[in-house]
Design a protein around this ligand. Structure first.
Ligand SMILES: C[S@@+](CC[C@H](N)C(=O)[O-])C[C@H]1O[C@@H](n2cnc3c(N)ncnc32)[C@H](O)[C@@H]1O
Ligand code: SF4
Length: 386
């Protein structure tokens, strides 16, 4: 019978060693109080508090892998045969987790994630689960409605996430988010908010993909007041949304919903390219939003996308310079083409780095275009990072 669970997280020092945005984020976070980046991950790996909260009766421990062999040795010290080890597998960490499982054949692993589970088929010590709900078949004491348990992360400064709804009804060609917008129940949301009590945070990130689409967004009013009642340092929420939605609601969100920052998918300021990407906004709406934001007390964080095939970036760079005074910082994204994208910007994405969010090497860019992508990347980060 299982009695203890060790959560294993691969540090981004292993998976994103070459992350070209890391230094940028470190710099701009210092200038924007409340933003924080723990040492080994951009933010708390949400799967751990979520799973932890549904396994209330078990002894739990947390291990961060910064070196494969060191981890193998450390895990050997958990000698009790009733201990299971859990990890969340993604493209970027799949191979190192496979090696870890291979080198710790005497340990029992429970894995889940976003890769083909076939890669672990040969390992008898691995149980693959397709969803959190399936953990009920592995653990005798499983509480399906258990709220997140952050106790393994106490004392770590972070920007935790809450979710009011999932999905986004739009169709952006590169995006993989489900088109179905599903609201979480009020009880679920309150549970998420209460679970943050023991964490060290000033800002809370609202994970809704296009905030404002689901009808329950006004809940932020009471949730913000509630968080303030137990955390006097709470500064407010960060929400992500589209240009038209921000234009419609920015003022109200800033004034009465405790919204401190708005992230918006600007991507590339080019009317034709926006059409090609099926972005749900046009350049006139973007201009209107920027003029509107001159009068709204809210931080503005545009998402900008690099390495787009055939894109000319002068208008985007000019736009960044023009509105620098309103831009807190940018979220720089490098285009990745995933099989499950809603459309395709690229016909054949078969390059080794086409799904690597840290690499400007893409099969759709020739060497000159790649050099241009790097140049534009550097310039955008220089414009907005000082
Ligand atoms: C959830 S969306 C942002 C907010 C809002 N829904 C919007 O699009 O205006 C998050 C961001 O992730 C980035 N993104 C999504 N899919 C991507 C992909 N395949 N490659 C690179 N960046 C991507 C885009 O910059 C996008 O704005
Ligand atoms: S990029 Fe944003 S607006 Fe477009 S489909 Fe994805 S979540 Fe929706």
């Amino acid at each position: 019978m299982i009695s203890a669970v060790v959560f294993v997280q691969v540090s981004h020092k292993v998976t994103a060693r070459d992350n070209p945005a890391l230094e940028y984020y470190k710099r701009v976070y210092q200038e924007h109080p409340g933003f924080a980046m723990p040492e080994h991950y951009m933010e708390v790996p949400t799967w751990i508090p979520v799973v932890s909260g549904k396994l209330p009766g078990y002894v739990k421990a947390f291990h961060v892998m910064t070196d494969l062999l060191e981890t193998v040795v450390t895990l050997m010290q958990y000698k009790h045969e009733n201990t299971v080890f859990m990890a969340s597998v993604m493209d970027v960490n799949a191979e190192v987790i496979r090696k870890l499982v291979h080198l710790s054949a005497s340990k029992r692993w429970v894995l889940s994630g976003y890769v083909d589970p076939g890669m672990f088929k040969q390992y008898e010590n691995v149980t693959w689960v397709n969803s959190v709900a399936e953990l009920g078949e592995v653990f005798d004491y499983f509480k399906p409605l258990g709220t997140p348990d952050y106790s393994l992360f106490e004392g770590e400064k972070t920007v935790p996430r809450i979710t009011l709804s999932e999905g986004c009804k739009y169709d952006c060609a590169f995006c993989t988010i489900s088109r179905q917008v599903v609201e979480r129940s009020d009880n679920d949301i309150l549970g998420q908010v209460n679970a943050l009590r023991d964490l060290w945070f000033d800002l809370v990130y609202v994970d809704d993909k296009t905030f404002g689409q689901a009808k329950n967004w006004p809940l932020l009013k009471v949730l913000g007041t509630h968080i303030k009642s137990y955390n006097p340092y709470f500064k407010g929420f960060v929400v992500q949304t589209t240009v038209p939605m921000a234009l419609k609601h920015a003022e109200e969100w800033a004034n009465s919903c405790h919204v401190r920052y708005i992230e918006v998918g600007v991507e590339h300021v080019d009317a034709e390219y926006l059409h090609r990407m099926k972005k749900p906004y046009n350049v006139n709406q973007l201009a209107a939003l920027m003029h509107h934001l001159e009068d709204v007390n809210v931080g503005f964080i545009p998402n900008i996308m690099f390495a787009l095939p055939g894109a000319e970036y002068t208008p985007t760079l000019t736009w960044l310079k023009r509105w620098r005074h309103l831009i807190s910082f940018i979220n720089p994204f490098i285009l990745c083409q995933y099989g499950q994208s809603k459309g395709a910007l690229v016909a054949d994405a078969i390059g080794a780095h086409d799904q690597d969010e840290n690499s400007l090497v893409k099969s759709w860019l020739n060497p000159a275009q790649q050099a241009y992508a790097q140049e534009v990347w550097d310039e955008a980060l220089a414009i907005t990072g000082s």
